[in-house]
Design a protein around this ligand. Structure first.
Ligand code: HEC
Ligand code: HEC
Length: 484
């Protein structure tokens, strides 16, 4: 009984804390651009539309790829712009300075030197366009205001923040994550357990190294396990509207996509992508290469993967072990984002693989379809997200009948309750084989997630599982997720 009181106490505390406002600032990308997490995350680690596009371009904003230099406008010279004060005040009132800095004003992406990249006409068109993450702020501006601001920005032809090519800021690339959890677990007819768990401490190094090259390294130390390493290097060619990229290293089919193949808001990830059938789960990272083609104004991305596949234990990134079969697995993903500002998207997946076992290779195929419909509010914060997805597979197991069918589906809704504060409900079910009659696992998930401070996210989640054989299991988790 005691645990229930403790749970209620902690939940109450969580809700009280949740009333406070999350402050604005950052881990490494926030440090680099001096913008708040909310530009790229609904609540970390789930990405917004801006965040998804930013990741696809190798952690670059579209304009960073479309580097072009123009002849600076001769009309005005910097420091001579007649209505500089009025222009700056206009920008401040409109809210531009929440995300931008000019001289000593504001904080965020520095607009110094913008006049060497865009003339006044271009700035005018760009800032109101859907390509600009801050276009909402322009709704406050009259045509004359906009003209004034554009003329002023075009006059900023000197970049005082120029850097030499050897110096860079380490803090722009490095992040650390720590997750501590309190876990209560009760399986039917078994005594309940509860424990504080140090889930993981993870070091990240990620970001663009130059115009074409991007790296992502992650080293995760779990409680009581060997360190787990993830390394990706990618090359991007083209511009923001049409690009190719080549990625080598550890491939992720889940967590670096759109819809349910991005990270969830909740602590847990749905059973459809984590459920294992004949050793294979879509959520397992693997070693290989990816080539992708992005087009349709950053909406569509076609991704092709060739990987080593899994080893005989179902691991895709074995530490110090070789892939046991010489066959390569391959996969195709087609991702499409809809509209302009929301995370509304679909992702279709096809995967073909072979996994070695002592009696021969299991060969299998998976077909997945995942969709998200997201509605943003007036301030462009995500208000509601509706998710659904299904994954079906046919597996050929040595010495058994062909085409064993497996199937999972999930559906859920996230609702915004306040500033970086969400509630989430979800239903999942997964059936790893149709050879056994009762082998469906069902899960009902209820979670609340709040980014309390810039560096701390609190969440509480309750999951009820109905396991094969009608065994029910309750899992309650409170998580402190810290990120610097
Ligand atoms: C400019 C965009 C941007 C900003 C600002 C930003 N992030 Fe991120 N963040 C990303 C992207 C993109 C990823 C996904 C990395 C990947 O998987 O490729 C990410 C990933 C993460 C992750 C997951 C890391 C992992 O691999 O599990 C966390 C946690 C996170 N961000 C926290 C934050 C917090 C907290 C803030 C604000 C203080 C913040 N981010 C600001 C773009 C951003
Ligand atoms: C919510 C944050 C936000 C607000 C508010 C905002 N912007 Fe932006 N702005 C951005 C981001 C992020 C970029 C970078 C996009 C890119 O490079 O593709 C950007 C890019 C720009 C650029 C191009 C910079 C470059 O180097 O290419 C200009 C000019 C600009 N903004 C002007 C404005 C003006 C004027 C306002 C006010 C009316 C404004 N912004 C409000 C986030 C914001």
């Amino acid at each position: 009984m005691n645990t229930y009181y403790k749970g209620i106490f902690i939940l109450t505390l969580l809700f009280l804390l949740a009333q406070s406002e999350a402050t604005k600032a950052n881990p490494n990308f926030s440090r680099k651009y001096k913008i708040g997490c909310a530009t790229c995350h609904t609540v970390p680690p789930q990405l917004t539309r801006t965040g998804i596009e930013f990741r696809r371009l190798g952690y670059r904003f579209p304009n960073e790829l479309n580097e072009e230099t123009i002849e600076p406008e001769k009309t005005y010279q910097q420091k001579e712009f007649p209505q500089q004060t009025t222009a700056l005040n206009t920008m401040e009132t409109a809210g531009c300075m929440n995300c931008h800095a000019v001289g000593s004003k504001g904080e965020g992406l520095n607009l110094e030197g913008i006049g060497t990249k865009m003339n006044s006409e271009k700035i005018k068109v760009y800032v109101v366009s859907a390509n600009h993450p801050g276009s909402d702020a322009t709704s406050e501006l009259t045509d004359d205001d906009l003209q004034l601001v554009a003329d002023f920005l075009a006059s900023l032809t000197q970049n005082t923040a120029e850097k030499d090519k050897w110096s860079y800021d380490f803090a722009d690339f490095v992040s650390v994550r720590g997750r501590a959890r309190y876990v209560y677990n009760k399986v039917e007819n078994v005594n309940a357990t509860n424990q504080f768990r140090f889930n993981d401490m993870t070091l990240f190094y990620l970001g663009p190294v130059n115009n074409n090259l991007t790296v992502f390294f992650e080293t995760e130390y779990d409680q009581g396990y060997e360190p787990n390493v993830l390394a990706q290097g990618s090359l991007i060619f083209g511009n923001a509207d049409e690009y190719f990229f080549l990625k080598v290293g550890h491939m992720r089919f889940v967590r670096q996509g759109v819809s349910l193949l991005d990270r969830p808001k909740t602590i847990s990830t749905d059973l459809v992508v984590t459920g294992r059938s004949h050793l294979y789960a879509l959520s397992t990272d693997q070693v290989g290469i990816e080539t992708s083609y992005g087009f349709n104004q950053r909406r569509t991305l076609i991704r092709g993967f060739i990987t080593n596949g899994l080893d005989s234990l179902g691991s895709g990134r074995p530490v110090g072990k070789q892939d046991l079969n010489t066959q390569k697995d391959f996969g195709i993903m087609i991702e499409n984002l809809f509209g302009e500002k929301t995370a509304t998207s679909v992702s279709a997946v096809f995967y073909h693989g072979a996994t070695p076992t002592s009696s021969g290779n299991i060969s299998f195929e998976r077909y997945g379809l995942f969709g998200t419909y997201a509605i943003n509010d007036n301030a462009n914060d995500e208000d509601i997200r509706i998710n659904a997805g299904a994954l079906a597979g046919y597996d050929d197991v040595p010495n058994a009948e062909k085409d064993d069918f497996n199937f999972g589906f999930t559906a859920g809704i996230d609702k915004r309750l306040g500033d970086q504060f969400y509630a989430s409900v979800r239903y999942d079910q997964f059936r790893p084989t149709d050879r056994i009659s009762s082998n469906i696992t069902k899960a009902y998930t209820l979670g609340i997630i709040k980014q309390l401070f810039t560096y701390l996210r609190l969440s509480a989640e309750y999951q009820l599982f109905q396991r094969p054989g009608n065994i029910s299991e309750s899992l309650a988790v409170l998580e402190f997720y810290m990120f610097f």
